[in-house]
Design a protein around this ligand. Structure first.
Ligand code: IPM
Ligand code: MG
Length: 375
């Protein structure tokens, strides 16, 4: 971590290799639709050979169970040969499931590819909410999450790990993001009043780093009251950039996404200096598959993740187009409504609606008529 190199420059890569993982459960349905949207958006780049889509095999829960590995070696090698990755949700086995109790593939991938920053935006323009969560992505309760043990029949122990380097890099990224985007507030969330050593370190480092950004207001919150404040309609729009350790970030971002229209609408970027992976914030929803409803799963989440991927590699105009189309289709015009059930639109129908909107000549003027904003 101390010797980490510089950030990768995507503009010099030809072709830019976009790997994609279908995922488990509803994964293949929603990922397939996101890839279809991206293929339409990047048609010229694909034809010119500037961009290549590459399917990554070997990561389904069946294949991981067969290999008895959270991240089978061949799949990890294939992931490392891509520049950026779009990943459908992968089933995480838990105690009592029919699968071996393997570590989460997500967690393993974040660690193996050193994707230390989990960036999760939540925006509700009509309420003035524009939050960006910077969740630390490789430490906390997660790093040794499969290494806990039962000391006796009655005593179970897990671990929480926080390092100076791990905290510094996520906190700095959050402040740099705020500075670059003229955002005047960064809030750090911990439970440093109780979890004194690890959360105490995170808070202390945040406080020290905040001094280097005098133009940005810095405040700190405990995770319990922050969970409450996110519901407080009088206060919540004041929050802008929120930086927090891994598990608190996991929990609060699901809560935040719910206000935006559900976890099915939220994307998530997992960013490191060398690799980056983009995904929906939700899981594989096996219940939807069991009940025969997978085709009704909302692909907006992974399409939002796709906009983050495009921004990350510098294709800002393409990202804007898809963002505007998703705003129009999902938040404003809503000609089709996803309910997750028969009666609502299917993911395929929604993707067709997004593609048609995205490619329409009046995309921008339509978007502006709804938001009344400049770009
Ligand atoms: C997420 C998920 C994962 C996490 C699970 C699947 C391990 O909830 O990406 O938020 O806890 O990080
Ligand atoms: Mg989560």
């Amino acid at each position: 971590m101390k010797a980490a190199g510089d950030w990768i420059d995507y503009s010099s890569l030809k072709p830019l290799v976009i790997g994609y993982v279908d995922g488990d459960g509803i994964g293949p349905y929603i990922t397939g639709e996101a890839i279809r949207v991206l293929q339409s958006l990047l048609r010229d780049e694909l034809e010119r050979g500037d961009v290549e889509f590459r399917k990554i095999e070997g990561l389904s829960i069946e294949e991981r169970a067969r290999a008895m590995k959270a991240l089978p070696d061949d799949a990890l090698d294939a992931l490392k040969k891509c520049h950026v990755i779009l990943k459908g949700p992968l089933t995480t086995p838990k105690k009592g499931d029919p699968w071996p109790n393997l570590e989460s593939a997500n967690v393993a991938m974040r660690r193996e590819l050193d994707l230390f920053a989990n960036v999760r935006p939540v925006s509700i323009p009509s309420e003035g909410i524009d939050w960006v969560f910077f969740r630390e992505n490789t430490e906390g309760e997660y790093v040794l999450g499969s290494k806990g043990f039962n000391v006796t029949d009655d005593l179970a122990v897990d671990f929480k790990v926080i390092t100076t380097q791990g905290s510094e890099r996520i906190i700095r990224l959050a402040f740099d993001y705020a500075r670059r985007n003229n955002i005047n507030r960064v809030s750090v969330v911990t439970k440093a009043n109780v979890v004194k050593t690890t959360d105490g370190k995170f808070l202390e480092i945040a406080r020290a780093i905040s001094k280097e950004y005098p133009e940005i207001t810095f405040d700190d919150w405990f995770v319990d009251i922050m969970a409450a404040k996110l519901v407080d309609t009088k206060r919540r729009r004041d929050f802008r950039v929120i930086v927090l350790p891994n598990l608190y970030g996991d929990i609060l971002t699901d809560e935040a996404a719910e206000f935006q229209g559900g976890v099915g609408t939220a994307g998530s970027a997992n960013i490191g200096k060398r690799y980056a992976m983009f995904e929906a914030i939700h899981g594989s929803a096996p219940r939807m598959v069991q009940e025969g409803r997978a085709q009704y799963a909302d692909p907006s989440s992974i399409m939002r993740a796709s906009t983050m991927l495009l921004r990350h590699v510098g294709m800002i105009d393409k990202a804007r187009k898809l963002e505007m189309a998703l705003d129009i289709c999902g938040q404003f015009e809503k000609k089709l409504v996803m309910t997750g059930r028969p009666g609502g639109a299917t993911g395929r129908e929604f993707a067709d609606y997004v593609i048609e909107t995205m490619n329409s000549d009046d995309l921008e003027s339509r978007w502006l008529s709804y938001t009344g904003k400049g770009i």
